[in-house]
Design a protein around this ligand. Structure first.
Ligand code: SF4
Length: 418
């Protein structure tokens, strides 16, 4: 690339708005301020890059800010003639994104931002630093944060583990390593508004949330992915094998846990949030899988994470969070009909009827509901025509199952005992 020494007018030292060394790391780069247009342009690049990127290829605004600032600074030493400082800095951002996504730089000599690559990237130079803070390393075990802080970390982790589903627990050494990394990040940023402990605890809270929900609140928080307990991935796989816990289900469960933690578990007295719990004997949807045993908030035996009452595995409350794929819908109409041997022998094969009307009349008679039911059976037939199911089988189902059938709402009201 035909760089050349920057002319004297382009040589600027330092910045009016940003501290020296603020581009040293992602943590320190969070405080960097650019014009609104530049911030927006960088944010757009982050979003575009992260849209379909795997975790290892995702980036953050803080990272691109650091690269941009380095590029803008390098412009003062040398740049291609005719380029502005902003163009030079943005070109470096583009080179970084290329390196991030392709595993190697487009221009072999571009190595100066390798320290900003995620630890999993083949060219990352951050790996060593991160590993030295692994939970069971000698360094980590030798660190002592002071009695109060040690106790506060331990209390935080114990409270989290008491609520965490099996497999999602976090060990104290892991929590201490995360705390330490948070405190070091504060040192790197040099901010004075929050204490080192504030940084450590904020990082620990973010980590615990990441383990519990499987994804970070802030998408750019990836620095502690190497510390996520292996058991958490296994537990999540188990959950997924039973059914998929979707993003909104996980968020709902998290929100319910947060509310229960803040205000106490839900009960059925006249105050607070009404649990709406029904025991197994009254749970009319247990058969299709809506029950405590399948709920992500069930904690075994008679315990629920958010309901104060003892629960039964086949009971349920109004908040049941059931993974996708666990609830079995009502049996398809064909299955219902297959289970009707009496009816099949009473009613002829469809092709043996001269007209649909004859079939509907037979079905009406068989239903035992009297001729008042005939319009309902005919309506079930028409409904099936409209939603592309088999009209003959649908009407048959109503004749046999009457108020238990899928079209029970069509029956005369007195037949449903209303
Ligand atoms: S269904 Fe309700 S009571 Fe049962 S485990 Fe889930 S949240 Fe708790």
């Amino acid at each position: 690339m035909p760089d050349r020494k920057a002319p004297p007018g382009d040589r600027i030292k330092g910045s009016e708005s940003n501290r020296p060394k603020s581009s040293e790391s992602q943590s320190s780069a969070r405080s960097i301020e650019f014009s609104e247009a530049t911030e927006k342009a960088l944010q757009n690049k982050v979003e575009k890059n992260n849209e379909d990127a795997s975790t290892a290829k995702k980036t953050s605004l803080a990272t691109l800010k650091a690269v941009y600032r380095r590029g803008a600074g390098a412009f003062s030493s040398s740049h291609r003639p005719g380029m502005t400082r902003n163009q030079w800095a943005m070109a470096r951002v583009n080179a970084f994104l290329y390196l991030l996504n392709n595993g190697a730089p487009e221009n072999k000599s571009y190595v100066s931002d390798n320290d900003l690559l995620p630890t999993g990237h083949p060219r990352s130079t951050r790996k060593k630093e991160s590993m030295s803070l692994s939970p069971n390393s000698k360094d980590a075990r030798m660190i002592y944060f002071g009695a109060d802080t040690e106790e506060a970390i331990s209390t935080r982790v114990s409270a989290y583990n008491a609520k965490a589903p099996k497999g999602f627990e976090v060990s104290l050494p892991t929590a201490r390593a995360v705390f330490r990394r948070g405190a070091l990040a504060m040192t790197a940023s040099g901010t004075s508004r929050r204490t080192r402990n504030d940084w450590g605890f904020a990082r620990l809270d973010a980590f615990l949330s990441l383990v519990r929900h499987g994804r970070p609140h802030n998408p750019s928080y990836t620095e502690d992915n190497d510390l996520i307990p292996l058991t958490a991935s296994a537990a999540r796989s188990e959950e997924n094998a039973a059914g998929t816990v979707t993003g909104e289900e996980s968020d709902l469960a998290g929100a319910l846990l947060d509310i229960a933690e803040k205000y106490g578990k839900f009960n059925q007295d006249a105050t607070g949030i009404w649990a709406g719990y029904v025991p197994a004997a009254e749970n009319e949807v247990a058969e299709i899988g809506v029950m405590c045993a399948n709920c992500v908030l069930y904690r075994g035996e008679d315990q629920c994470a958010i309901i104060a009452l003892p629960v039964e595995p086949a009971g349920r409350c109004r908040f049941a969070v059931i993974p996708d794929g666990v609830v079995k819908p009502e049996p398809p109409i064909e299955d219902e009909v297959r289970a009707l041997p009496n009816l099949i022998s009473f009613i002829k094969e469809q092709d043996d009827y001269e007209s649909n009307e004859d079939a509907i009349l037979d079905m009406t008679e068989y239903s035992g509901l009297g001729y008042d039911a005939e319009p309902a059976i005919r309506a079930a037939w028409i409904r099936a025509t409209n939603d592309d199911s088999d009209p003959f089988k649908r009407a048959l189902s109503m004749a046999e199952l009457t108020d238990q059938s899928i079209d029970a709402d069509l029956l005369p009201r007195f037949e449903k005992g209303v």
